[in-house]
Design a protein around this ligand. Sequence first.
Ligand SMILES: Nc1ncnc2c1ncn2[C@@H]1O[C@H](COP(=O)(O)OP(=O)(O)OP(=O)(O)O)[C@@H](O)[C@H]1O
Ligand SMILES: [Mg+2]
Length: 217
Amino acid sequence: MLIAIENLDAGYNTPAGRQSVVKIGHLSIAQGEHTLLLGPSGSGKTTLLNVLSGLALPFSGKIVIDGTTLNALSAAERDKFRCQKIGLVMQRLHLISALNVGNNLLLTQRLAGMARDLNRVSAVLRALGIEHKAKKYPRTLSQGEAQRVAIARAVLNRPPIVLADEPTSALDDANCDTAIDLLFAQAHEHGATLVVATHDARIKHRFSRVHELVASK
Ligand SMILES: Nc1ncnc2c1ncn2[C@@H]1O[C@H](COP(=O)(O)OP(=O)(O)OP(=O)(O)O)[C@@H](O)[C@H]1O
Ligand SMILES: [Mg+2]
């Protein structure tokens, strides 16, 4: 899906006042494009992905995804839009601790209104080398295993957009390659648009398009 950002000003209301973190005049990401958001810690990568996914609202400007102005929707409409269209790997993962790995993934199918598909759950976990963890609870996983579960969950429903925040930060080189391979393979298979935010230099060469964010003082 096409993503267009217009005159974006996003940040936080702090006790010291409004603090802008990301300002982008215009950025257009074509359908099926793989874009890397690169920037040092604090440059606003997570803030930008939060507004792109509709989890947060910008101070001003527009996020248009496939003709829908995301920030003009109500919170409930944004939640529905995200469940149906966006696969999200969050930096702090946010796996559901009360559900085992398999049920974390099945819940994602259910929230998107999709039919229960255990074969798909197994296939995605297998692709990431964690099929044997399907019955385990998130707290019993290593950080890298939990990160792979979050990636599996994001691609499970074959969403037209995948947004991934530091998806490889806890992965060794081999698993880093596997995770990026899977993100690319699923994006390619369904013409999905992929936006990955990172400061992981290992994956820079795999992206044809890099948008750099600069830390504000
Ligand atoms: N909830 C918040 N309230 C106020 N300021 C915040 C909040 N979250 C983040 N910030 C500030 O916004 C700036 C950008 O943060 P953000 O998390 O988007 O950076 P990042 O590029 O994702 O960094 P990292 O690589 O460490 O994940 C930082 O200066 C941070 O202190
Ligand atoms: Mg971040």
